[in-house]
Ligand binder design. Structure first.
Ligand code: NAD
Length: 459
């Protein structure tokens, strides 16, 4: 039985029966049988079904946001923002599917001396979509919407911390017309995910931690199938000496603490030029002090509980380690004395890279701010990580920002912004932040195999 706990008060919301390995095998076999007929339907029919799904998401967004908020503690206004943002992503996929999936005639018989060449984009087949809990609508729909549009069957395992949302997504997709065999919900934790990966799959699309990502890659290697991994980060931002410090502080405080710091692309390290360091730290701390902490189901709450209780001890250990090594606590630093998994928004200064808070993913409301004396020093420190999801530079001129960002091996680069994802742009990590990509038109084609056609006229 999977126990769904409300992280705001530690109380049981619901117990759900988990899928057994036998049940997962049956869903896999049914998906295998149903997929060719789904792929054979015209794209427009599949698009019509996704449009109906989008319409019910929109109609039920308030209820869906409340469900998400209750099971993982996301403040309800941010949960509503996520559902609304998902509508925009679905629109992007709907607008670009036909173009991205269309056959590409590249050479005609006249130019090719009797031989034509063409690419067709064929669905992979049956894929696994194993998902994280922090943005279940975003990270789920980045996969299952384009995958279904492209004609795949999807075995969808939401995180054990966002299963009610996963169940709601499955219900809405089925009601919209996706056959139950073509989109199958798998309920459970790591064991259910591992059982799924024992079955023959045509693609594995995973969002989660680096540690689990390695296991997923090993499972994919055993059956030699396509694998995509969207993993964690330790994303840096640098504030140069020529910007509006107040605006940078407010933008970065939001980038570090939105979703209670539990974003894969949350700002996790800040470097500030010494010329503006003191002013920046004061403005940053004042901004964070103004965040409203409380019950996630209250409209004005900005910081809610952590989704997972064990993460409280991880954050406490990072604070202790930093203080033991000479950091100064400007704000917060401990779990809150109230029911639920609350941690005070925490700002540490006088930090360096010997401290875990500057090297390990925190995934919570905690940030270290380090002083630097030049762009070169900032670039060197920003690059000092095995992760490579995003990085940002706050600077007046784009050339200065671009030349720093170009030195870093990341999937996304930000000039005067942070913690931002666009459906038009590819979302990817490098190094320990992952393999492959979602979003953009590449993120539609990634659910297909490009078949090469060599077509010679008869002699
Ligand atoms: P997690 O790795 O603990 O779990 C992710 C999923 O994997 C869950 O569904 C879980 O049940 C499943 N799982 C666990 N063990 C498994 C196994 N052995 N085999 C198969 N499946 C298994 O991660 P999480 O706590 O859900 O998510 C937080 C992490 O996700 C953070 O590191 C965050 O940065 C990352 N993340 C990355 C992105 C991105 O786009 N790069 C987006 C969101 C979250």
């Amino acid at each position: 039985m999977l126990h769904i706990i409300n992280p705001a008060n530690g109380q049981l919301i619901e117990g759900l029966p988990e899928d057994t390995p036998e049940g997962i095998r049956e869903k896999h076999a049914a998906a295998r049988t149903a997929q060719p007929a789904w792929a054979a339907r015209p794209l427009e029919e599949r698009a019509q079904i996704i449009r109906a799904f989008r319409a019910s998401l929109e109609a039920q967004q308030d209820t869906l946001a409340r469900t998400l908020s209750s099971e993982m503690g996301k403040p309800v206004s941010q949960a509503a923002g996520e559902v609304k943002g998902t509508l925009g992503r679905i629109d992007f996929f709907l607008e670009n599917a036909a173009r991205s999936l269309a056959p590409e005639p590249l050479l005609d018989t006249e130019a090719g001396g009797g031989t034509a060449e063409e690419i067709t984009h064929e669905p992979l087949g049956v894929i696994a979509n194993i998902s994280a809990w922090n943005y279940p609508y975003f990270v789920g729909s980045n996969v299952f919407v384009p995958a279904l549009l492209a004609g795949n069957a999807v075995l969808y395992k939401p995180s054990e911390h966002s299963t009610l949302t996963g169940r709601a997504i499955a219900r809405l997709l089925h009601a919209a017309g996706v056959p139950r065999e073509v989109f199958a919900l798998i309920v459970g934790g790591g064991a259910a995910g591992a059982a799924l990966l024992e079955l023959p799959l045509d693609g594995i699309f995973f969002t989660g931690s680096y540690a689990t990502g390695r296991k997923i890659a090993e499972a994919a290697a055993r059956q030699l199938t396509k694998v995509q991994l969207e993993l964690g980060g330790k994303d840096p931002a640098y504030v140069t000496d020529d910007v509006n410090v107040q605006a940078a502080a407010e933008g970065l405080a939001d980038g570090a603490f939105y979703n209670t710091g539990q974003s894969c692309c949350a700002v996790e390290r800040i470097y500030v030029h010494e010329a503006v360091y003191d002013t920046f730290v004061d403005a940053f701390v004042e901004t964070v002090r103004g965040f409203s902490i409380g019950d996630p189901d209250v409209e004005g709450t900005y910081i809610g509980p952590l989704a997972r209780e064990p993460q409280l001890a991880v954050l406490e250990a990072q604070v202790k380690d930093a203080l033991d090594k000479g950091a100064t606590l400007k704000l917060g630093g401990k779990r809150m004395e109230r029911a639920g998994y609350y941690f005070e928004p925490t700002v540490l200064v006088d930090v360096d890279h010997s401290m875990r808070v500057m090297s390990e993913e925190s995934f919570g409301p905690i940030i270290g701010i380090q002083k630097v004396s030049s762009d070169e020093e900032a670039a060197q420190l920003m690059a000092d990580t095995p992760y490579g999801l995003t990085a940002g530079v706050y600077a007046r001129g784009s050339e200065r920002a671009r030349s720093i960002l170009a030195q870093l091996r990341t999937g996304s680069s930000y000039w005067n912004c942070c913690d931002r994802v666009s459906p038009r742009l590819p979302w990817s990590g490098r190094g320990h932040s992952g393999l492959g990509l979602t979003l953009s038109t590449y993120g539609i084609q990634t659910f297909t195999h490009p078949r090469a056609w060599h077509l010679r006229q008869p002699a």
